[in-house]
Design a protein around this ligand. Structure first.
Ligand SMILES: *Cc1c(COP(=O)(O)O)cnc(C)c1O
Ligand code: SF4
Length: 337
């Protein structure tokens, strides 16, 4: 008898429907992966403050019956998150002081980050945004106007970064309106979109999105967030291909995570798989010391060892910059290992 796939993905569903049908419960996630009887069931937790949220196309990439699955490990809420560990704080990046007005984070010269959407399509357990006051940064029309005025009034800004939350949770019409308003500011030359949505819901790369990004006068780049080569689905590759054909620069940032990608071979395979999909590895982040994420942290010696291996085995252009964020610094800090 043929095995029936547990999770069927319907290519014809639009991304909003797929998002609405995302799994929001740890037990259901374990059930879909045939792990309800595993030790993980008793360890579930951490979701009161930061709910579980995982779209089904991402679950379809996980290995059934594998407690250690590297994709599962990123999204399953566990009681460990509730431990208070010294040195792990709620605002490790010192973003609150740089939050110059609602929805605007201006920390680095020439670039401004706009919080274009409050939520994400997936709740990554290690994320520093688990504590970010999105409710105070949810921008309505008036605040958008003020954010754009801030950019317009500061001619040192040549690049606008749409971040979040996840800007690709805005629909194509909203994004297109925003993009036009940004393009109307003469000194802005580049638009950058930081998003994990295409990784967890590749259907988000719609024809409308591609054509909108192709048409703006701004030079567009998309920075994805992929941590493990198993996250790169054939559907994602197809979507990225259509963006690349329109001249959109594709970059990736990853986070080093214990139990997910703390393996030199996995990291090298990730760089290779990204490049095969037309994406350049940009940043490899050391985990921010955010409360609730301590169990993902790696010792400095281990980080150094992993990165040295990458240096010795990858061409320079496939070696992401190893960085961390230090509050108050005018740039990301490149770690010398
Ligand atoms: C990371 C980041 C940027 C972008 O930095 P790049 O080095 O240009 O990639 C901009 N603003 C903020 C607040 C950031 O955290
Ligand atoms: S901001 Fe990025 S890393 Fe954080 S939860 Fe959203 S998608 Fe995940």
């Amino acid at each position: 008898m043929r095995a029936v796939p547990l999770i069927q993905i319907d290519d014809n569903k639009n991304w909003q429907t797929i998002l609405a049908e995302a799994v929001r419960d740890g037990h259901e996630l374990l059930r879909l992966l045939q792990l309800e009887g595993s030790g993980l069931a008793a360890a579930l937790g951490g979701d009161k403050q930061f709910p579980v949220l995982v779209p089904r196309p991402f679950i379809a990439l996980m290995n059934k019956g594998d407690e250690q699955d590297p994709l599962l490990r990123q999204v399953l809420g566990l009681q460990e998150e509730e431990l208070q560990v010294p040195g792990y704080v709620t605002d490790p990046l010192g973003e609150l002081p740089a939050n110059v007005r609602p929805g605007v984070v201006h920390k680095y010269h020439g670039r401004v980050l706009l919080i274009a959407a409050g939520g994400c399509a997936v709740n990554c357990r290690y994320c520093f945004r688990r504590h970010f006051p999105y409710a105070d940064n949810r921008i309505g029309r008036k605040q958008w106007q003020e954010a754009l005025e801030y950019v317009a009034g500061n001619d040192s800004i040549s690049e606008v970064i749409l971040s979040g939350g996840d800007p690709l949770l805005l629909d194509d019409a909203a994004l297109s309106g925003l993009c036009k308003q940004i393009a109307d500011i003469a000194h802005v030359r580049r638009l950058r979109i930081h998003s994990r949505v295409p990784v967890v819901i590749p259907q988000r790369i719609t024809a409308e999105l591609v054509s909108m990004l192709a048409q703006t006068r701004l030079q567009v780049s998309l920075v994805l967030h992929v941590n493990h080569p198993a996250e790169i689905s054939s559907q994602l590759v197809r979507g990225l291909d259509s963006l690349r054909r329109e001249g959109i620069t594709l970059l990736n940032q990853s986070v080093l995570l214990q139990g997910v990608n703390d393996d030199p071979h996995v990291l090298c395979r990730l760089s290779e798989a990204l490049f095969a999909a037309g994406v350049l590895p940009y940043y490899l982040h050391r985990l921010d010391h955010v409360q609730g994420a301590h169990h993902y942290a790696l010792a400095h010696e281990r980080i150094a060892e992993l990165y040295r291996y990458m240096k010795e085995h990858l061409p320079g252009y496939l070696l992401p910059r190893l960085v961390c964020e230090e509050a108050g610094q005018p740039h990301k800090t490149v770690l010398m290992v």
